[in-house]
Design a protein around this ligand. Structure first.
Ligand SMILES: Nc1ncnc2c1ncn2[C@@H]1O[C@H](COP(=O)(O)OP(=O)(O)OP(=O)(O)O)[C@@H](O)[C@H]1O
Ligand SMILES: [Mg+2]
Length: 229
């Protein structure tokens, strides 16, 4: 198990909702998406030596490193498939959040764990998300948090070493996903995929078809150029 000890004076508190700190665990446990790390318990605990009071959040332990550490350790070494899996995992989570009218409120690379389950036959990477914030906090949107991680992951790709298919996907992720769908600062109505997880996932699922169609007529290098801006 993983234990997070928070001194009670550091907990968020709202005058009319003294147990608002429980929201984080409530939110996580309502969600069915496999990315979400479930809470097993939330307890209060007094340190017998310091006489200080803590709230202890008890979660399932996840073997792995944070996405933040992963990014630092993999400069020049991140594969497009990894980024696609990351986005797919985030879109799945965003979809459930959207359907339930919820937000995460604090998605960033320190709150995502990267793990390769030991007993997964296909050896796929998994992403696990932690630290849901109580609602009504006025944080930047979850899409912005994902966009910032996407941007940093793209910076870790050695572009020139990639196959044309991966360079094509890189361009689509940078120009469309980052530039048009996730980092839209003003009017989300500018693009019909912006902030819409179902549409984003379906575009992500179709990149191989898009690449095949674009290369069939003019060849793979021209296909890459056609999406580069
Ligand atoms: N369930 C877990 N399994 C393994 N490692 C974990 C788990 N939960 C947290 N960690 C590790 O501890 C680090 C900090 O955890 P967490 O994000 O919960 O605390 P925090 O960042 O201090 O809280 P907050 O984001 O609410 O300010 C994570 O980046 C991760 O490396
Ligand atoms: Mg955190």
């Amino acid at each position: 198990m993983a234990f997070k000890f928070v001194p009670i004076e550091n907990l968020p508190s709202y005058q009319h909702e003294p147990d608002v700190y429980l929201e984080e665990a409530r939110k996580a446990n309502v969600l069915e998406n496999p990315c979400v790390v479930p809470y097993l318990d939330v307890r209060s605990w007094e340190d017998p030596v310091l006489g200080r009071e803590f709230v202890v959040f008890i979660r399932q332990y996840v073997w792995g490193a944070s996405l933040e550490r992963f990014i630092w350790a993999n400069r020049g070494n991140v594969e497009l498939r990894f980024i696609e899996q990351f986005l797919s995992a985030m879109f799945g989570l965003l979809f459930e959040l959207e359907q339930r009218g919820m937000i995460h409120g604090d998605i960033h690379a320190d709150n995502v764990l990267v793990t390769r389950p030991r007993y997964n036959l296909r050896g796929d990477v998994q992403f696990r998300v932690m630290d849901f914030k109580p609602t009504g906090h006025g944080e930047p949107s979850d899409y912005l948090g994902i966009a910032l991680s996407l941007r940093r992951l793209l910076e870790c790709v050695s572009y020139e070493e990639q196959q044309p298919r991966d360079r094509y996907v890189f361009e689509v992720l940078r120009n469309d996903f980052l530039g048009r769908y996730l980092l839209v600062e003003s009017d989300p109505a500018t693009d019909d995929r912006a902030f819409r997880p179902r549409q984003l996932q379906s575009k992500l699922d179709s990149v191989d078809e898009m690449f095949a169609a674009a290369s069939a007529s003019r060849g793979p290098e021209a296909a890459v150029r056609s999406v580069r801006r």
